[in-house]
Design a protein around this ligand. Structure first.
Ligand SMILES: [Zn+2]
Length: 314
């Protein structure tokens, strides 16, 4: 996402020690070892950098569908695999058609609220260039692990609202998976009222995670403050004011199309770092302790948004 993503839009128009504790008590019920296994597997060389339409992408999809199957969750429509078409155009005017695949699933809410939350992250990355694989462990195997942890949590602790989980494809090619989803949003679910998006949540040497979205919706401020009090990371509001220019992340990842459609969002991500869109964005260089704190934080956040959705979107 971010810098590279902006370039395309213009063109088209030390691993820490793991503990053995498998499951947290409330408020975040998820398997830490499974979260680590998810980022390790998705960022392995045999996934080839997960570029949209590649063999590595197909392999990543097969792996994610296995994880989804173990959760025993509902489909959205007749399948978990939602294909979409899009066209990219290079700076010299060469057009290429692509097919992307979003992976979607759903957990029903118990509160009869008539509202649905979309919890999302993109699973694609840049593939390989000049013989080097861009494994994209932070961008965005980490966010995928976040979505799966939230799903595990809500499976054990059913949400009030319906929740759709979206693993988007082709984010790196211009937020294409999220755009396709939002284009069809009324058909997918007319009750979608909120988006929580994770993109790059595993790297910080300052124990800091940003959350964007409150600039556009003041009702989110107390919700974020509550999340921040419970979070094991330093949770910082920001990166959502248009006055910040390139540091405004409002349209920098898959929450962008939701925001454009008038749907409030919270986006979680770390500050830019030297591994960003580099072949070195590898599992071996991830601070696993921070990654797990970050995952716990996004689980707490999803829980809190679910509890307070009524007050946010009233
Ligand atoms: Zn990216």
């Amino acid at each position: 996402m971010r810098k590279f993503q902006k370039a395309i839009l213009t063109a088209i128009v030390g691993a820490a020690t793991l503990t053995n504790s498998a499951v947290f008590a409330e408020p975040g019920t998820f398997d830490r070892d499974a979260a680590v296994a998810t980022i390790k597997t998705l960022s392995a060389n045999d996934m080839g950098g997960r570029r949209t339409g590649s063999a590595g992408s197909a392999k990543a999809q097969a792996y994610l569908l296995e994880l989804i199957a173990t959760l025993n969750v509902e489909m959205v429509g007749p399948t978990h695999e939602h294909k979409f078409k899009f066209t990219t155009e290079s700076q010299d005017g060469v057009k290429v058609d692509h097919i992307g695949t979003n992976l979607l699933f759903r957990i029903e809410g118990t509160g009869n609220t008539g509202k649905t939350i979309v919890v999302s992250a993109h699973y694609d990355h840049l593939g390989a260039r000049d013989g080097e694989i861009y494994n994209g462990v932070d961008d965005n195997a980490s966010g995928v692990a976040g979505v799966m942890a939230v799903a595990e949590h809500f499976k054990e602790n059913p949400p009030m609202n319906d929740v759709i989980f979206a693993l988007f494809d082709a984010e790196e090619m211009g937020l294409q998976g999220a755009r396709a989803f939002v284009r069809n949003i009324k058909r997918i679910d007319p009750n979608i009222a909120f988006n929580i998006n994770f993109d790059m949540i595993s790297r910080s040497d300052k124990n800091e995670l940003y959350v964007a979205g409150a600039f556009h919706r003041a009702g989110l401020v107390p919700v974020i403050d509550t999340i921040a009090k419970k979070a094991p990371v330093k949770l910082l509001k920001g990166h959502d004011d248009p006055a910040l220019g390139a540091n405004d992340w409002t349209f920098s990842s898959d929450h962008g199309p939701f925001h454009r459609a008038g749907i409030p969002f919270l986006y979680f991500g770390v500050e830019d770092h030297p591994y960003y869109h580099k072949p070195s964005d590898d599992f071996d260089t991830v601070p696993v302790k921070f990654f797990l704190r970050s995952i716990e934080t996004v689980v707490i956040a999803a829980n809190e948004v679910d509890r307070s959705l009524e007050s946010i979107v009233k």
